[in-house]
Design a protein around this ligand. Structure first.
Ligand code: GLA
Length: 389
């Protein structure tokens, strides 16, 4: 195990006690419930969940814990720097981190919306492309749902968290993050066809290395909603030619040249990303089932090129990390999550992982003046109740 994993292991061992003691210190009483939910990486299938295509995420072994107790109005504290305490009523979004919890309470309905006392601890970096927002929302849904006397299952947790983020916070996200964060099975990735909801659990006994670009993305304010609008516009133009086209991902790859010729730029490139990424993701699932890691790696790298050239959601830091990793022998790598910053995932050669990761980090430091800390991630389980008083 690499040095990168050690602080995290130590953090997790103490996280439950930490969030309980923060709750006690803040409110003078014990929490009624503690729930937690993991972050995620998406192996491949980027920007497909709102385009009707397949995705292949897994939950990682870093989590967010939410301790909750009854309250009048909402009081929230966090153990993490940069998350100041908030005291508020429900009402509309106010643009800080409490929106994710209050949005969840609203989505749960009357029994939860009067208020709650909340304490949060997390070892998921915010803005690192690892779904810290879905982890917070899903853990809050599990905790507040239980506080309201319910025991929501994974689908219901995912739906509540999705409505909070999409309808209340205003990020026009798809459902990939909430689905995997709520329902992941330990040691597996989830192949999900977002158009039909058909899901296949794929054993994933591998280690994926994560390196943060250090560029923090902000979804609601960033390019994400703009890209989604471009995709919707492209779909409406494609339907002038193919009236029954259900989604961009459903476009027949054989029709792609004709679509590209008809579409104005940059919509042509957005559509090319969606159609080629859909094909790559299906091939990646097949490669995974065969244990063909070199092939999987090549698909990840091609996916990154598509994000860089066609979807234009990458940043120079991510391009550098992927390029440097390949030069040092990585099997493949790509930017994961929404983009415009966040993290890259790398498949590194067996037995040389730490060596390659260190070389890439050193090259990055020379170019960008800061040293990223690579760390190995394994597929972990989804949301859970950690304590019910
Ligand atoms: C964010 C969104 C997801 C998905 C990815 C891109 O993580 O929350 O719904 O669209 O970006 O694949």
């Amino acid at each position: 195990m690499s040095p990168g994993a050690l602080p995290n292991t130590a953090f997790q061992a103490g996280a439950l006690e930490r969030v309980i003691s923060l709750f006690r210190r803040s409110y003078g009483t014990a929490p009624a419930v503690v729930a937690s939910a993991p972050g995620r990486v998406n192996l491949i299938g980027e920007h497909l969940d709102y385009n009707g295509g397949p995705v292949l995420p897994f939950a990682i072994d870093r989590r967010t814990w939410v301790a909750a107790g009854a309250g009048e109005g909402f009081e929230l504290v966090s153990a993490e720097p940069g998350f100041p305490a908030v005291r508020r009523e429900g009402g509309g979004p106010q643009g800080d981190w409490s929106d994710y919890v209050v949005g969840v309470a609203g989505a749960l309905g009357e029994a939860a919306s009067a208020g709650a006392r909340i304490a949060v601890a997390s070892d998921l970096a915010v803005g690192a492309g690892l779904s810290s927002s879905a982890a917070l929302a899903v853990a809050a849904a599990a905790a507040l749902g239980r506080l309201a006397g319910r025991s929501p299952g994974p689908d219901s947790l995912a739906d509540t968290a999705f409505r909070a983020e999409h309808d209340y916070v205003g990020v026009r996200c798809g459902r990939m993050d909430q689905t995997i964060v709520a329902g992941a099975a330990d040691g597996t990735a989830l192949y999900l066809e977002t158009a039909t909801g058909a899901a296949v659990t794929c054993p994933f006994p591998y280690t994926v290395w994560i390196m943060a670009t250090g560029v923090e993305h902000v979804l609601a304010a960033g390019g994400y909603n703009a890209r989604r609008a471009e995709c919707e516009h492209a779909l409406s133009l494609c339907r002038e030619r193919w009236p029954r086209l259900a989604s961009l991902a459903a476009l027949d790859p054989d029709s792609l040249p004709e679509a590209l010729a008809r579409l104005p730029t940059p919509l042509d490139r957005r559509v090319r990303h969606v159609v080629t990424e859909t094909a790559r993701t299906r091939r990646a699932r097949a490669a995974l089932e065969r244990g063909a890691l070199a092939e999987l790696g090549a698909l990840l790298t091609a996916g990154h090129a598509s994000l860089r050239e066609d979807f234009e959601s990458s940043v120079p830091e991510a391009d550098f990390l992927v390029h440097a990793a390949l030069e040092h022998g990585a099997l493949g790598g790509r930017l994961t999550g929404a983009g415009w910053g966040g993290s890259v995932i790398l498949l590194l050669p067996d037995g040389h992982e730490w060596e390659v990761a260190s070389e890439v980090a050193a090259a990055f430091a020379l170019r960008f003046g800061r040293t990223p800390a690579p760390w190995p991630a394994r597929a972990a389980g989804g949301a859970r109740l950690d304590l019910v008083a």
